[in-house]
Each structure stands twice: as structure tokens, then as C-alpha cells.
Design a protein around this ligand. Structure first.
Ligand SMILES: Nc1ncnc2c1ncn2[C@@H]1O[C@H](COP(=O)(O)OP(=O)(O)OP(=O)(O)O)[C@@H](O)[C@H]1O
Ligand SMILES: O=C(O)[C@H](O)[C@@H](O)[C@H](O)[C@H](O)CO
Length: 197
């Protein structure tokens, strides 16, 4: 099973990803580690990434998830995955970009067996406060508006569990671990439920 933790900068992806990875013993693919240095430089200088900046980075993360799926290993992936197209790249790789028309792209399945999104959902004020309080991170709080502008919240057809980030982090971890242990997480539409991967 691959769990992709997504949401805007500062919503808590790395915190939750690290805790889940430790608790479950699953490897963690941290999106921040996959950025080329130019992307980090750009963000550190207060400039939002463009689609073109993000595409190669998303493709690298796609390849990491493909490897994990091929070896039947479970994994946690941390990636902002702000737009639907970005999530399609994570799932389908270059195919999501080379489909020549919008309708061809739309035809790519919005989800894949064994891959689930966890969307960390919170409002601007709360996340801004947390970013201001966070130290030692290259992403400044004044970048948050651009993250919300880019965000296209995932739909249910993308196999997503939405997490309210106002909750205590320990409670979130416990609940997610419990849900994942079911192997047929209840946020899946029944007919798509995969019992064993
Ligand atoms: N549920 C929570 N309750 C309170 N504070 C939290 C919670 N989750 C995360 N935080 C805090 O919020 C801040 C942002 O979290 P984190 O760095 O994990 O976000 P992120 O989504 O990985 O950010 P980025 O995308 O910029 O790397 C951190 O200081 C973290 O300790
Ligand atoms: O898509 C993006 O704009 C980037 O991925 C950012 O979200 C950063 O990677 C991260 O949030 C900062 O740590």
C-alpha cells in the first residue's frame, strides 16, 4: 500500500509522514528530498514554483512509488501534490503529460489500486501561524497564499481520506494507523475496495 500525504506547505505532511513511517516501519519518501537544488533555491527566495519546475520533481516521486509498488512494499510518500494534474503525474508518470488532449487525460484513472491520498486540510490562518512558529525551514510563511492559489482539493474518486489538521497529531496518527490496518480503508468506494495488494 502506498499512502501519499498531500496538502499545502505547513499543513503537517512531514510531521505526519515521519510519525507514520516510524510507527508502521514503512519507508518514507520525503518530497522535499526529491527537489532539484534550483527548486529549493527558488522557494527559499520567496518565489513559487511553476508547473514546469514541478513536473520533473513529480516524475521522480512517481518513479519512487512505481519501484515500491513493483516490490510490493508499503510506503509513505510526502508530496504537496497541489493540483489534480500533479496527482495524475504521481500515479501515471509522463503519460499524464503526454496525453495529447484534455479528454485523453481525463480518461486516465483518477486512482490506482493500492495507492491512497491523505489530504491534510486546514485553513490559511492556522497553517500560517504554524509556519511562522516553525524554525529552520526554507519555506517562508509568505509563500502560503501561492500554495492555496494552486491547491485543487482532491475529489472522492481520487481515493482520499481528508484529515482535519486542527486535531492533535497523536490522535491523527492513531486513527490513520487503525484505518490502514484494515487493509480495506473505509474511504474507498465499496466496489473499488482492494482487500489484499
Ligand atoms: N496536528 C498538528 N498540531 C499542531 N502542530 C502541528 C500539527 N501538525 C504539524 N504541526 C506543526 O506544524 C508545522 C508544519 O508542519 P510540517 O513541517 O510537518 O508541514 P509540511 O506540510 O511538511 O510543510 P512543508 O511542505 O513546508 O515542508 C511544524 O512546526 C509542525 O510541528
Ligand atoms: O509544490 C510545491 O510548491 C512544493 O512542493 C512545496 O510544497 C514544497 O515542497 C514544500 O511545501 C516546502 O517544504
Amino acid at each position: 500500500m502506498i499512502v501519499i500525504i498531500m496538502g499545502v506547505s505547513g499543513c503537517g505532511k512531514s510531521t505526519l509522514g515521519t510519525l507514520l513511517s516510524e510507527k508502521l516501519g514503512w519507508p518514507l519518501y520525503e518530497g522535499d528530498d526529491f527537489h532539484p537544488p534550483e527548486n529549493i533555491d527558488k522557494m527559499a527566495h520567496g518565489e513559487a514554483l511553476t508547473d514546469q519546475d514541478r513536473f520533473p520533481w513529480l516524475h521522480e516521486l512517481h518513479q519512487a512509488t512505481v519501484k515500491a509498488r513493483r516490490s510490493s512494499s508499503d510506503a509513505i510518500v510526502v508530496c504537496s501534490a497541489l493540483k489534480r494534474l500533479y496527482r495524475q503525474i504521481l500515479l501515471h508518470g509522463r503519460q499524464a503529460l503526454t496525453s495529447s488532449s484534455c479528454s485523453e487525460r481525463e480518461a486516465l484513472p483518477p486512482s490506482l489500486p493500492g495507492v491512497y491520498f491523505l489530504f491534510l486540510n486546514g485553513d490559511y490562518e492556522l497553517i500560517h501561524q504554524r509556519m511562522v512558529a516553525r524554525s529552520g525551514h526554507y519555506m517562508r510563511a509568505d509563500m502560503l497564499q501561492s500554495q492555496f492559489s494552486a491547491l485543487e482539493p482532491p475529489g472522492a474518486e481520487e481515493r482520499v481520506l481528508t484529515v482535519d489538521i486542527r486535531r492533535d497529531i497523536g490522535d491523527i496518527v492513531t486513527e490513520v494507523v487503525n484505518l490502514l490496518s484494515l487493509r480495506a480503508p473505509p474511504w474507498l468506494p465499496r466496489e473499488q475496495t482492494i482487500i489484499a495488494e
